[in-house]
Design a protein around this ligand. Sequence first.
Ligand code: ATP
Ligand code: MG
Length: 462
Amino acid sequence: MLKKLFQSFRPPVRGTHHKRTTPEVINSGQHSLQRGQFSRHAVSIVERLQNAGYQAYLVGGCVRDQLLGITPKDFDVATSATPEQVRAEFRNARIIGRRFKLVHIHFGREIIEVATFRANHPESEEENSHTSSRNESGRILRDNVYGTLEEDAQRRDFTINALYYDPVSERILDYANGVHDIRNRLIRLIGDPTQRYQEDPVRMLRAVRFAAKLNFGIEKHTVQPIRQLAPMLREIPAARLFEESLKLFLSGQAADTFEMLVDLELFDPLFPASAEALEEHPTYTHTLISQALINTDLRVKQGKPVTPAFLFAAMLWPALPGRALRLQSRGMPPIPAMNEAAHELIAEQCQRIAIPKRFTMPIREIWDMQERLPRRSGKRADLLLDNPRFRAGYDFLLLRESAGEETDGLGQWWTDYQDCNDSERRDMIRELGSRDEGAGAGPRKRKRSPSKRKRADSAAGE
Ligand code: ATP
Ligand code: MG
């Protein structure tokens, strides 16, 4: 069987030397892992499956992260048991079928994901014949082909994600020289990189995500095809890209991730309008987005909540002025032009990244708030302060200022206003009134919308 499998593999090509059908076995004592570091629920699932006669291992991110001294986000189990067989062993198990059929085993709030060994998705002819030789043992379930442990290792993306830990024997099985790459801090695709990206272009994003998260380099053959294949991301369903983009930007390494995405030309297929703004107004756009991401990373590290809406609002903001101006040049008045531009921009973005309504609404609110923050006279300032979106709108204003937008000290004014007591606030409004002829208006009102655009442009134009 092994021999047959081996023969059906592609002949070795550049970069595939790490593909192997027999694992390197790393015994306990030769590695730093200890059973006690893993979720006891995950360990007990492995034990139970093994006792029932199946193969079962801890796999993927949890093994990789523990080897690096990082606390894993979750624990995944890989097994030779089919989902139905797994479910039969556990009362608290539920079969879920997103892209593939998986079993979730619930222990209070902890969920352990148990996946049946899979073989690679049949894509090329060559792989088809390769797969058909396995169909006797594995069965096809939608695009899910069950396979052997060896095949399961080969279909995984990166070598460092293909390590199997048996908590019973405390041995690691390494089919792809993953331990070597962990030592050398390298993200390396298993197999031929171009082919693996063609099978699933999202792997290009995953390479960037893991490089940023682990502070690893991307091995040169793994990085080499990315720029050329980046446009393939346009074919990925927008809903999947939404999930991936949250992982990219909410993991605490968003600023580095952004730099890498731009460098590898992966940013363009994800955020085409923002990428265009980045070309037109590089310094302003780059500063605004990276500042937003630096703030996000800080909040993540402090355990503070972050809203994807703020993030997307920042990503898209630099693309807004140009569009609004274009609509104005066709005769639309400034405010409707701004609203229409916002609407169009979000609708277009959702073609690539399906941002759910619960986030697109607040994006609009954050942007609308930018129109309202300059208008403070009478009761307006206090009404704005009471607005549930005030905080996000104010933070966004500070962000714009930090990217060089000229707002005539508006951010500082709002900072002071929040710090003041009632009578001081009345004074601030009065002062404003005398300066702005009472209506929170004067020159500011007349110029408000167009000037914001002009400012953004000139700040960006350098
Ligand atoms: P994280 O810490 O982000 O959860 P992870 O490595 O566990 O990292 P997951 O997305 O949870 O990443 O995937 C679990 C495992 O499944 C990976 O380690 C990898 O082996 C495999 N995998 C996930 N996505 C792919 C893919 N697109 N192609 C090939 N293998 C994949
Ligand atoms: Mg995981």
